[in-house]
Write a new protein. Structure first.
Length: 421
């Protein structure tokens, strides 16, 4: 996905909660006359900030179907502990409060209210999941609470006009597809594409990415078919897509469909380029189940270093990350990319707070999040930089390609820029 003391404005906790709850209810009912943009009255409040502390909130999944992702928040908490040990930011320690929502949107809404109305955090950071964040995005934007560097997938989170206080972190499927199309066109400008995509916002990002690059040529060069997450297989869809000559297959899929698309394309004898979504690029979770021999040659996009890659053992950024894990999060697995992701995003959040130069109003926190210029990070691949502005909530729009050689992913070629949209 944090200089007025937040506790001295209302004489009692009961009154404070009552007034905050009433204000939130009024906003959610739409009586505030639209979204509160940076610079509004609410945006100038200083909750979560004292002379010694900055409070940051987060909801994540420590239990439930994706509890493995809960380690992201734990790595972020460890990073903030390290920052505090080094003196904090502008003389203040970061208090990172994260609650388990079990990946249940209703629970997320409850926990977000607790963070904002009771814990009085300055901002929300790194909240996990599209469904959970969808449950709170209107609430936090109407209150003017920074909702930063979300762990989500979907280009809809970059909509700065509707949600000016929200910002994702990782590139979306839209950018992934842009890169795949651009790479194929370099070798064959008239290439024919087949796109299999999940019938939801995630999958439709791949269609949007193809249209961004191809424009008026889209209909002539692309054949696209969707599937439902409840479908048992992709066989009929892929048979239709690959029944005529195709230069590149783009699989905008999730979960088990990553392995299914690799197996079926291979069994059909498909010889063109096969690009799979970053989210299904796990060697152990997807490529090995699909069959290493079938997956050999498959392509994907990447923007961050893999701490488990033996080729990264001497990389300075990875060595510093491993030293951090050994001291600050020894119970965590340093080979786990979820942990390096948490380390990276917490580092970026700390940079935003440092840019605030002691002014930790919500308005200024958001302004600084909107003002990251060519920011490098030791976990990002060389040449990939973070850039944001009030009208660009896509921190990362660059990716590199990688090819599976039967045992590991091997990066190649230049860094590709996503198309401006």
């Amino acid at each position: 996905m944090p200089d007025l003391d937040a506790h001295d404005a209302i004489p009692s906790t009961l009154q404070r909660r009552h007034l905050l709850g009433a204000a939130a209810a009024q906003l959610l009912a739409g009586s505030a006359g639209g979204l509160l943009l940076p610079g509004s009255a609410h945006a100038q409040a200083h909750p979560g900030v004292t002379a010694s502390e900055i409070r940051i909130g987060n909801t994540t999944s420590l239990s439930g179907p994706v509890s493995a992702l809960g380690t992201i928040a734990r790595a972020q908490a460890a990073y903030f502990k390290m920052v505090n040990d080094q003196g904090g930011v502008a003389g203040r320690k970061i208090s990172f409060i994260f609650y388990d929502d079990g990946f249940n949107p209703a629970k997320t809404a409850e926990m977000a209210r607790k963070l904002i109305e009771q814990d009085e955090v300055a901002l929300l950071f790194g909240n996990l999941g599209t469904g959970p964040n969808s449950a709170i995005v209107r609430y936090v934007n109407q209150l003017g609470v920074p909702h930063l560097f979300l762990s989500v997938n979907g280009d809809k989170w970059t909509d700065y006009k509707s949600n000016p206080w929200s910002m994702p972190f990782a590139p979306s499927g839209r950018v992934e597809c842009q890169v795949a199309i651009k790479h194929t066109l370099q070798g064959k400008p008239d290439a024919k594409f087949a796109i299999v995509y999940q019938n939801d916002d995630f999958g439709r990002d791949y269609i949007a990415g193809a249209k961004d690059v191809l424009g008026a040529r889209y209909d002539a060069q692309v054949k696209a078919l969707s599937y439902e997450v409840t479908d048992p297989t992709l066989d009929s869809v892929l048979v239709q897509l690959l029944s005529s000559p195709v230069d590149a297959l783009i699989s905008g899929v999730t979960g088990k469909f990553g392995a299914i698309s690799i197996r079926k394309a291979s069994d059909m004898g498909f010889k063109g380029a096969h690009y799979i979504a970053t989210g299904v690029s796990s060697i152990q979770g997807v490529l090995i189940p699909a069959g290493a021999e079938r997956a050999t040659g498959v392509l994907s996009t990447v923007y961050a270093k893999d701490p488990s890659d033996p080729g990264m053992a001497d990389d300075p950024g990875i060595k510093a990350y491993r030293a951090f894990m050994a001291r600050w999060y020894p119970e965590g697995n340093p080979d786990e990319s979820f942990n390096s992701y948490g380390y990276m995003t917490a580092m970026v959040m700390t940079r935003v707070l440092q840019q605030c130069n002691g002014d930790f109003s919500r308005r200024n926190i958001m302004a600084q999040a909107n003002n990251l210029k060519d920011l490098e990070n030791p976990i990002l691949l060389p040449g990939i930089k973070i850039n944001t502005s009030p009208s660009d909530h896509r921190p990362l729009e660059q990716m590199q390609l990688q090819r599976f050689d039967g045992k590991r992913w091997v990066r190649f070629g230049p860094v590709f820029e996503g198309s401006a949209v």
